[in-house]
Design a protein around this ligand. Structure first.
Ligand code: DGY
Length: 338
């Protein structure tokens, strides 16, 4: 029987490629931007597409008539045309769960780094500017005992809440649906978005990018925050209206920000954000550890294998793409004891 064909993009480990090659004919492109024509030619025959930072357009899909499944190596899929994929019967999978704890670590790291001025003061030492004992001009703010406001209480929001409770913080959340179990067990308190902005010492964005969350927080929302508050963003850059945030930081409407994501990535070298001492900027490293990126790739590999066997993949984003349903997974055959 002929193997199905897949296109695999960007820096998969040899072990992942080997697993894919056992099941499929694999066309692998480590740096697809250097070979756009070869990628397009491979896609014309492909049943599956797997990779990180995938950019998929309708025009591309027109040229990939055999495509059955796309497996993104990310939890976010705001860069992918979900409705268009579903309309064409193409399954989309992502990689939730495996990156939750690592991304929550990044969020909490930004809370700590912003409050204690970690980057600014570490740079002072490194650059030989630590010439006298530190006094009030260099003091930071406590994190323990403060109020954290989580905008969105999905997996990553909950994992940040757990960390915050360990720091004896009060935790507020705004979310479309209430979470009575977490209110009862952990003492979380639900607020409207506006109320959360007004009460929080740290406002942390963990919502996915959707039409509703696009530019959710800008100048006006910063005006509603405490002047001593910090904004933390580990979701997507476009959830923040960056021009509005820059204006608010310039006017000292808020105390600072910790940002892992930007409207444009990589962020422009001349962004005013990069010159502000009270802004900690990271290059979108929410899930970027060796362990977690490997786990995400394994997860995507399993998803594409399941999808192309006709089974329901574990992390299916768009079940509506396959109204006819899925085949049952094959049972592992027990190995007879000799
Ligand atoms: C994700 O998985 O969505 C992370 O932000 C990395 O892109």
């Amino acid at each position: 029987m002929h193997k199905k064909r897949i296109v695999a993009l960007r820096r998969l480990k040899e072990s992942h490629l080997q697993r894919l090659r056992e099941a499929f004919e694999v066309a692998y492109f480590e740096e697809p931007e250097l070979q756009p024509e070869a990628v397009a030619a491979a896609l014309r025959q492909a049943h599956g597409l797997i990779g990180g930072k995938l950019q998929v357009t309708s025009a591309m899909l027109d040229e990939a008539p055999a495509l059955e499944a796309v497996a993104t190596i990310s939890v976010g899929y705001d860069n992918l045309p979900v409705a268009e994929l579903s309309r064409r019967g193409i399954l989309l999978t992502n990689t939730p769960d495996v990156l939750t704890e690592t991304t929550a670590d990044t969020g909490f790291m930004l809370i700590m780094a912003s409050a204690r001025r970690l980057v600014e003061l570490a740079n002072m030492v490194r650059e030989g500017r630590w010439t006298q004992h530190v006094g009030e001009p260099h003091f930071g703010h406590d994190v323990h005992g403060k109020t954290l406001g989580l905008v969105g209480l999905g997996r990553i929001g909950r994992a940040i809440a757990r960390r915050a409770l360990g720091f004896n913080m009060r935790v507020l959340y705004s979310n479309a649906s209430p979470k009575p179990d977490l209110e009862a067990q952990w003492g979380l308190e639900r607020r409207s978005f506006e109320q959360l902005l007004a009460e929080s010492d740290f406002v942390c964005l963990t919502v996915p990018l959707t039409e509703q969350t696009d530019h959710l927080l800008g100048y006006e929302q910063c005006q509603a925050m405490k002047r001593s508050a910090f904004l933390i963003n580990v979701s997507r850059g476009r959830v923040v209206d960056e021009a509005g945030l820059i204006r608010a930081l310039d006017e000292r409407l808020i105390a600072g920000a910790g940002l892992d994501v930007f409207e444009q990535e990589p962020v422009a070298a001349d962004s005013p954000l990069l010159r502000m001492d009270n802004v900690v900027t990271l290059p979108h490293i929410g899930s970027a550890t060796h362990e977690t990126r490997a786990a995400m790739a394994s997860c995507a590999v399993e998803n594409i294998c399941q999808a192309l066997r006709g089974e329901r993949p574990r992390d299916l984003v768009n079940p509506e793409a396959r109204p006819g349903g899925f085949v049952q997974p094959q049972q592992e055959q027990p190995v007879d004891a000799k």
